[in-house]
Design a protein around this ligand. Structure first.
Ligand SMILES: *[C@@H]1O[C@H](CO)[C@@H](O)[C@H](O)[C@H]1NC(C)=O
Length: 122
């Protein structure tokens, strides 16, 4: 019986896949047009890539990936893009962890908390 239950847990992981900020963002002081995505796989990490173009302009790409984040769990590494230095970060510490938690309304924070709550006890 206990064996059967373990099989069930393996077959239907309790945790939902993480939610990440996704898309391509052109930043000039603030980030623009950021959308969100629920990753398709439990093993996915949120990532973001940021490259400094000038002191004011940043190019940033973000989304879900398990492949790109294989060797880069919950940390940032320096990478170069098009001759510019950039940062490549991966995380799975929580929903939307691949960006600063700015721009999130109190209501959204509240609903995220309820979501976490449901996930733990659901
Ligand atoms: C990228 O994600 C890291 C966490 O992994 C976060 O600290 C950083 O602020 C993010 N960068 C941008 C440009 O949002």
């Amino acid at each position: 019986m206990r064996f059967f239950v373990s099989i069930l847990f393996l077959a239907f992981p309790v945790a939902l896949a993480i939610e990440c900020f996704t898309g391509f963002t052109y930043i000039r002081g603030v980030s623009v047009g950021t959308s969100k995505q629920r990753c398709s796989s439990d093993s996915d990490y949120c990532y973001n890539v940021t490259a400094d173009l000038t002191s004011l302009n940043l190019i940033s790409k973000s989304g879900c990936s398990s492949l790109m984040c294989r060797f880069n769990h919950n940390k940032c590494i320096e990478k170069s893009f098009l001759g510019k230095s950039g940062r490549f970060c991966c995380c799975n510490t929580g929903d939307l962890c691949n960006s600063k938690a700015t721009g999130q309304t109190t209501l959204e924070k509240f609903s995220d908390k309820m979501h976490d709550f449901a996930r733990i006890f659901g």
